[in-house]
Design a protein around this ligand. Structure first.
Ligand code: HEM
Length: 126
């Protein structure tokens, strides 16, 4: 069904939840990313769950709670180098693999992550 959103096609909120959990488990252990994030990733993961739900065509949960995402602006307090974007994407690809998200839909999702991650870069390589 070409009308179906990515969100529906991958299995909805349950799949987004598993992806987010697998992703932040990696972020929390990553030497390059960990220092940027709060020690307790619970709230960060919850926000990402709300965001990715809407990003992939599900209900606009993030905007209902936090307003316009303005993602680039919200990332400006953090020094995001091309290397960190690459590391973020690496954690995301591994998280997708871990939960068994593969094939054309996963590739499409990953393309959107690549575009968005590159858009977040706000500092040259240190
Ligand atoms: C928040 C890092 C890319 C979505 C954050 C925070 C950090 C961060 C440090 C703040 C966490 C907190 O205080 O709770 C990075 C780095 C990236 C990256 C290093 C590498 C490029 C992305 C991408 C997306 C994304 C590609 C979406 C596809 C979000 C969302 C939040 C967030 C939704 C929560 C915003 C809020 O405070 O409401 N990110 N991020 N980030 N990030 Fe990223």
């Amino acid at each position: 069904d070409p009308q179906k959103s990515v969100y529906e096609l991958i299995g909805g909120g349950e799949t987004i939840r598993r992806l987010v959990d697998a992703f932040y488990r990696r972020v929390g252990e990553h030497p390059g990313l960990k220092p940027l994030f709060p020690a307790d990733l619970t709230e960060t993961a919850d926000k990402q769950y709300l965001f990715l739900t809407q990003f992939f065509g599900g209900p606009p949960l993030y905007s209902q709670q936090y307003g316009h995402p303005m993602l680039r602006a919200r990332h400006l307090p953090f020094p995001i180098t091309p290397e960190r974007a690459k590391e973020w994407l690496g954690c995301m690809r591994e998280a997708m693999d871990e939960i068994g998200l593969s094939g054309p839909i996963a590739d499409h999702m990953y393309e959107r992550f690549i575009q968005t991650a590159h858009h977040m870069v706000n500092k040259a390589e240190s």
